[in-house]
Design a protein around this ligand. Structure first.
Ligand code: SAH
Length: 430
């Protein structure tokens, strides 16, 4: 995804609940105008959001994000295929097969470093179209001594439409099926299982992948005010100032989340008035579930995403047809995401004393440590047409170029170390 820096403006106003809130806009939203605007039409999802706000008042950005992305009614990911040139955004595995090949090789190196266990399982959170897992399995099948240890592939996916796409990508000749996909068997005998959450993945020595998954998890947003930290909330907007039906407002009083996470937290004591912070308890909880899985059964994992090694504010962004759009515009029709706070993820996983975390390092450094250049040269030698050579080179550049995905995307790893692994660090994190 392309990341743009946005500016913000705040305006004081009073809601129909009689509270003094501040309103929040991000570019490229239109500035408030005195002329009346046509409001966006309602969808089943936005009617549901409006009705719940009318009933219980403004909702947290975390609740809003969860509803917009994975509400079964018409959450963004529930529509099915949203990826690629025809869709809203493109991810690394969709750009180049090199990405899945390199990450597949990384798991092989980890399996060796961690003592070559006899039984392993692959786990992926948010597998999208299934391209990454498919590329990794194809690569790993070239190494039968590891491939034969794989007892199953466990996928965590909320979207029924995407589960079906993943099944088509991973199981050849998969016939059409009705209802939710729970399990399928590949021709090589490997079983694929679908799960609703990380906490229900069965115990086993695991190779975990979370690529562009954590950025889809909900964040709470806070702003430092004269009175202390206050939470930013989503309210229904029936004014004629913008075309949107929702707006971001600042809670005048402490909320459950601001009291729980911000008040008296030494990490946030030094911030200036006006500073903003996003926190993602969903990320911490999922991180802990993954650490718990490794702590019980052993294994290793990768988190690859955009973000920083510290908490930030104002990173929630909406992307539609490869463009940034206003986060309040037609919720459910655009991807909504926030930068990952890798530091918080490491703290969450670090609650398990036998889990070690590494990084984050840049995607460029990680892929180069794995020998992506050599693999590119090999593929170029075997490429039959100049067109396929150009595609390979362009894909390689997009993954590595610091101005594209090479620097913004970060790679973090976590593993349960053992005696054989103590002296060596994972490839890419030395
Ligand atoms: N990893 C893929 C897709 C990234 S998009 C790629 O890189 O191409 C995010 C993925 O996470 C989608 O498959 C989406 O349906 C899934 N997802 C988002 N929120 C989720 C949640 N709360 N629970 C389970 N899956 C979720």
């Amino acid at each position: 995804m392309v990341l743009l820096i946005r500016s913000r403006q705040l305006f004081n106003f009073t809601t129909r609940h009689g509270c003094q809130y501040k309103r929040w806009y991000t570019t490229p939203s239109p500035p408030p105008s005195s002329s009346s605007q046509n409001k966006e039409p309602f969808t089943p999802l936005t009617k549901h959001l409006r009705d719940s706000i009318k009933l219980t008042g403004p909702m947290t950005t975390a609740h809003f994000m969860r509803q917009v992305l994975v509400n079964p009614l018409s959450g963004y990911y529930m529509h099915g295929d949203v990826f690629g040139r025809q869709g809203d955004f493109v991810t690394s595995p969709e750009i180049s097969q090199l990405f899945g090949e390199m990450t597949g090789i990384w798991y092989l190196t980890e399996w060796m470093r961690l003592g070559k266990p006899k039984k392993t399982q692959l786990v992926e959170l948010g597998p999208g179209r299934g391209t990454l897992m498919s590329d990794m399995l194809r690569t790993l099948s070239q190494f039968p001594y590891f491939y034969e240890t794989i007892t199953g592939v466990h996928l965590v996916e909320a979207s029924p439409g995407l589960r079906k796409m993943q099944r088509s990508a991973l199981v050849k000749d998969a016939e059409e099926i009705e209802g939710k996909v729970e399990k399928a068997t590949r021709s090589d005998g490997i079983n694929i299982y679908w799960h609703d959450g990380a906490e229900v993945i069965p115990e086993g020595w695991s190779c975990i992948m979370a690529h562009e998954f954590f950025d889809a998890l909900a964040v709470h947003s806070f702003e430092k005010t004269e009175e202390g930290w206050r939470e930013l909330l989503i309210d229904f907007d029936d004014t004629d100032e913008t075309p949107y039906n929702f707006r971001m407002v600042l809670s005048p009083t402490p909320t459950t989340a601001s009291k729980a996470y911000m008040d008296e937290n030494p990490l946030y004591a030094e911030h200036k008035i006006g500073d903003r912070i996003e926190l993602s308890p969903d990320t911490w909880y999922t991180g802990q579930s993954l650490a718990d899985l490794l702590s019980r059964g052993g294994g290793t994992g990768l988190v690859i995403d955009y973000g920083q090694d510290y908490a930030q504010g104002d990173t929630i962004r909406a992307i539609k047809k490869h463009e940034i759009v206003h986060p309040m515009s037609d919720p459910g029709s655009a991807d909504l995401s926030a930068d990952v706070d890798f530091a918080a993820l490491k703290v969450a996983m670090g609650k398990y004393s036998d889990i070690t975390t590494y990084g984050p390092v840049t995607q460029s450094k990680f892929l180069q440590s794995l020998g992506i250049q050599t693999r590119l040269e090999m593929l170029l030698k075997n490429a039959k047409t100049s067109e396929s050579r150009t595609t390979l080179i362009k894909g390689f550049q997009r993954l590595l170029d610091p101005a594209m995905m090479g620097r913004i995307y970060k790679v973090m790893s976590f593993s349960k170390e053992n005696d054989t692994s103590k002296s060596a660090k994972p490839v890419g994190f030395e």
